[in-house]
Design a protein around this ligand. Sequence first.
Ligand code: NAD
Length: 484
Amino acid sequence: MTDQIQPYWQNYVNGKWIDGGAGRLRVDNPGTGEALAEMALADAADIDAGVKAAMACHASGVLTAMRPVERGRMVNRMGTYLLQNLEQIATVLTLESGKPYWEAVIEVEGSARYFEYYGNQAETLEGRSIPLGENYLDFTIYEPFGVSAQIIPWNYPVEMTARGIAAALATGNACVVKTPELDPLSCHWLARAAEDAGMPDGALNIMCGYGHEAGAALAGHPDIGNVVFTGSVETGIKVATAAAANVVPAVLELGGKSAAIVMPDADLDNFMDSVRWGIFYNAGQVCSAMSRVIAHRDVHDEIVARCVALAESLSVGPGIERRDFGANMGAMISDGQRDRAEGLVAGAERDGAQIVTGGHRLNTPGAFLAPTVLKDVTPDMHISGTEVFGPVLSVMKTDTEDQALEIANGTEYGLVGGIFTADIDAAHRAARHIRAGQIFINEWFAGGVETPFGGFGKSGYGREKGREALWNYLQTKNIAYRTR
Ligand code: NAD
């Protein structure tokens, strides 16, 4: 399979494919541990060239002068291009990220959906007129910032990039994207999509580079108009600090330690479906993963038993061999992430949690961690407040709804949260009291491109997805006119 992959991939700046000033980076296949390809590595000078190209594109007015419907059509067309090349993109994404092929297909389809959604929104943004009395004509308009900087994590490289650039381009911004070091290859097709859609040179620049070098150069570049960052809290703070030094707005989509509360009246078959997606999809490397289950005492033991059965039913191995949706899971992104997750599980056991299944690496090449269920996890344990970012479910026991809500809110994060219950009042109480940007009732990951997403607390600020995300890319201008 790997011999189908081109051996070397370049960066894309100002409509041209270029080498990296920092040389090349080896990209591995985490499903086998073997080298997959080489990627051009951008340095600070490459980032500067990308920002300059984006500035020139913006200054030329080519994106802003056109009627929004035309821009929307180009954005839409980028999604169509991804779907036309679905198999190729999903194959490379599978090989570089380790996820099952069918999950990569969902990621590419989800990416196309962002272009469809934001392409369709382009012509819906309208200003308004504000009455100031008969001697004035006052109106408010919305203008793009100019250059939007996007810094992308490895867990959904294509989809996270699509999420940001679709909204940025639809609103008339030019983009400079810094892709993740571990799986940058499939983002190649986003540049191809822009070319295919007729986007002008400089509208979309995509480069891989090290975070501390290319990422830092982009976040701290004085000529960017905004920065949208998805990744860890630690890096998010650095990015926001760099942006603040230039008085540039930042959107931060950071991590989470999200909890599902399960009440005795919950439909457990339905809940188990959410567990499958909530913690084992993408091997748990999902910022909004259901990493904690807070189970009422009456259903706790049954839930633990069913979660163990689910975890043990998953066939774990190279994603490229797992082509169809089913009881399977791929590799984690790297040995380093796998080792970290394994270490956190071992720490939880030392703290008194019980590993009911999994908790160990597989005895095969590749970054595999057995699907893991922990029970007897208590709020004081390190693992209760720490994002594992792996296929590790912590089950906690509770006696009351109030106690469950307190535990759910007991971390510094606040990305998503949820409750499984047949009691509509309990559902609404939970929705009110859980401190998180999105609440799921009786289905984890309910929602879609249309629903705003982002965190409370250390999970970040600003919103992606939905119409809210459009406001990340626009600045308000008021024009007041005194009539004669
Ligand atoms: P990370 O913070 O290590 O890296 C994210 C990106 O930032 C990468 O492209 C990296 O190269 C870059 N970077 C690193 N140092 C930088 C610096 N000093 N300046 C600028 N850029 C820099 O995160 P990761 O390991 O790639 O991703 C995992 C984390 O991302 C998890 O914590 C996860 O929860 C979070 N995440 C959040 C969401 C969300 O939407 N909320 C989505 C996906 C991932």
